[in-house]
Design a protein around this ligand. Structure first.
Ligand SMILES: C[S@@+](CC[C@H](N)C(=O)[O-])C[C@H]1O[C@@H](n2cnc3c(N)ncnc32)[C@H](O)[C@@H]1O
Length: 301
């Protein structure tokens, strides 16, 4: 676990915390409570929670992205908050080993606005950049490796499973035919050939989602981490998870349902039977909230 403390460069891109009112309603942060933010990003949610708990010394912020960590270190400099540069699965394992417990846990999954806005990170299909898509810039697998080295069947299965793309076979064939592919816009144009004619969303959106999930092992991270988060929660503690696509939400829903219910061994009580979504005002203000789904629960005492 990298427990980082250095001051670092400024990050100017903005990220607005999504579903903030609902996050605060379900976390119910109170003075003196400890807070674990597993995807602290640019500290949007964290600032609002910490303003209410006034308990920085028992709070931990985690992110796997170096730029986010550098920003958090500067933002919360001198406050005594533990800031961890690691993926949340590894960080959760180590926090459990250290016998930590938290009253409030938040996971706001996926990418941040600076990921999408910074073309050099390779997440956006609209701006030209390298085929990167790593949230943790120190890992070796990039989207370029997957696009240029996986065989056609592996690519087809990945695009079908993680992108829920009906034309995955055709797209995999087009990718293999056009290799090597170096940039995001080049890939987007190649994928678009599988969907001639008009479509509302860019035809490469699902393929980009699939690659991003694969590069960052996103679903495996979530699947294995949710039970650990519940172990890290103190009795009476609240957990909120926000997801951005149906594959993530399905895992959260299933995990929460397995841990809740009216069984003798249930550990959670659900606050949300149906996920909470942004209203039209928030979507107009911040279109990235359109697909956000929030689920919340409390750990039984
Ligand atoms: C939607 S942003 C969070 C924004 C934050 N809540 C805020 O208000 O500023 C998601 C963040 O989670 C991080 N992230 C995604 N998956 C992660 C993982 N498995 N482990 C650690 N961080 C992760 C990303 O790097 C990104 O910074």
């Amino acid at each position: 676990m990298k427990n980082t403390n250095t001051n670092n460069q400024n990050q100017t891109n903005q990220h607005f915390p999504v579903l903030l009112t609902a996050v605060l309603r379900y976390l119910q942060p109170k003075k003196g409570e400890s807070y674990l933010d597993l995807t602290a990003g640019y500290g949007g949610h964290a600032s609002h929670v910490l303003e209410r708990t006034l308990q920085p010394s028992t709070s931990t912020l985690v992110d796997r992205d170096h730029n986010a960590i550098a920003y958090l270190q500067e933002k919360f400099l001198g406050r005594g908050i533990q800031i961890i540069h690691q993926d949340f699965l590894g960080a959760s394992r180590e926090l459990l080993k250290a016998k930590r417990q938290f009253d409030l846990i938040l996971a706001d999954l996926g990418v941040s606005s600076p990921h999408l806005d910074n073309a050099s990170r390779g997440f956006s299909l609209k701006t030209e950049g390298p085929l990167d898509m790593r949230m943790d810039q120190t890992q070796s697998v990039t989207a370029e490796v997957i696009v240029n080295t996986y065989d056609e069947v592996e690519l087809r299965d990945l695009i079908r499973e993680y992108g829920e793309e009906p034309r995955a076979g055709k797209i995999a064939r087009l990718i293999v035919e056009h290799r090597p592919i170096a940039t995001t816009t080049e890939l987007a144009k190649i994928v678009a050939q599988a969907w001639p004619g008009h479509s509302k969303v860019h035809p490469a959106t699902r393929t980009f989602q699939a690659l991003r999930i694969a590069v960052n092992s996103e679903l495996d991270q979530i699947k294995h981490a949710v039970p650990l988060w519940v172990d890290l929660l103190a009795p009476g503690g609240r957990i909120v998870v926000i997801s951005f696509h149906s594959l993530e939400d399905r895992i959260i829903k299933r995990s929460f349902n397995e841990l809740a219910g009216d069984r003798y061994d249930a550990v959670l009580t659900l606050y949300t039977k149906q996920p909470v979504m942004a209203d039209s005002d928030e979507i107009v203000f911040n279109p990235r909230t359109r697909s956000a789904k929030l689920r919340a629960a409390v750990k039984q005492k």
